[in-house]
Design a protein around this ligand. Sequence first.
Ligand code: NAP
Length: 496
Amino acid sequence: MTKICISIVAETVESIYEKTKTALRLADLVEVRLDHVRDIKKEDIIKILVKSPENIIVACRSISCGGNYGGDEESRMALLFEAIERGAGYIDIEIESSKQDVMEIISKAKERKTKIILSHHDFKKTPKFNELQKSYDEMNSFQPDMIKIATFAESINDCFKIFELLKGKENFIAIAMGVRGWMTRILAQKYGSAITYASLEPGNASAPGQITFDELVNLYDFKGQNKDTKVLGVIGEHAENSKSKFLHNPNFRRLGLNYVYFPMKVRPSELAEFMHNFRMLGFAGSAVTVPHKEKIVDFIDGLDETAEKIGATNTLVVREEKILGFNTDYIGALEALKEKTSLQSKKALVIGAGGAARAIIYALKKEGCEITIVNRTLDKAKALAEEFETDCDEISELRQLIRKSDIIINTTSVGMNQNPEESLVPEEFFTGKQIVMDIVYNPIETKLIRYARIRGCQTITGDRMLMYQAIGQFKHWTGKNLDIDQINEDAKKLLE
Ligand code: NAP
């Protein structure tokens, strides 16, 4: 069983003690980072290790090892020796310390039943697999109780080196740090890391990419996971902003399904390698978001009829080792629109010509709308208009086009939380007669929606489509129908 360790970073002895006390009530282990405590002295150790010292990992990283301790090696070692004297359950010491210090700490710890975690951190990169294995072997030659390797994930594909490294090893902790390494923290149980680290509260992480204990346990159900847990995620360049984890994870739990779903942050240049790894590790499926909905088709085994017609997929499902693509965006958009309007014979203006636009145009067309497409890159709008037999126009004609339309749908990513102050439509373009939908859902009220609302238009926010497309995805992955009232409640929480 993987233990959960809350890592505590604080500047004063009093604060570290208080936080440790709280963390001990929650987690299996607590790591105290002495190096962050201002003017830490040997005498302070006893004040920190008052409660359950056997469940406490003491670490004191020097600046050269990525920590905060500016004192000399002698005083750093004195702190660690004192922690052993005071009954610390574990000492984390870096392999970069002198060989003699490492050996002395190990032998002193043995006398006192303190366990030694021999660690190596690389805050810049994840080296090649062979180099990681070499580091492991070197550390293993000291015969510590545990080995820890934490490297920085420059790419999500670095996570797979970590999983490979974990294979067949016991008492080994391996983590890829940073947002691209989240997977190694969330799936530590499945892939057999001895410990996964979490922070006590947001903004208090001791390492890049460390998620909170609350998120790990309550959102990703870490304690309920095991080797058979089915892995799902959302593949996107900015997947960390996706809110769909708040829709899917609680429902797996409610229905007693052994699945976990989390953001998979993948750059376009990493997609091919990522999909290879996805296949090799037998992930169960995924959602697909910007900008991969069209390109990902090159790396899967087939599309269902609707996704084929749309030419984009937002949902991958693995069936009998084949990765199949579906599209639930189209049904999501339809359901969201139908909450406010009928569609037959309405004039719809679609802004954008990406993957989501394709699904929405397909849906509007099916329902009998007259469609005009505008897009920053006119050629893409033209190509789409030709393919779906609709009109298209220059984006510079937006004002006139809006006046003539019943329904306006922004399908571009403009207004997302990377650029929340942007709107492709100025406020004065809306006349109050249009129904305006923005499919961007983070933030829920985009600038475009705000402008439309101020001008008296009916508005449909992106969370409505998100909710309906998620219901379709859930069904594809698990075969189960979600309770609509429940998911409405979940969607409301997204608005908080
Ligand atoms: P995509 O395939 O990458 O397409 C992006 C579209 O946005 C293209 O038309 C692009 O124009 C346009 N665009 C990007 N930056 C722009 C800028 N600065 N100015 C003008 N146009 C710009 O992405 P997608 O998959 O269609 O997703 C688009 C958005 O919809 C994302 O924010 C996504 O989160 C959201 N979405 C929401 C839901 C939901 O359920 N609510 C579902 C799907 C998608 P060019 O062609 O000129 O590059």
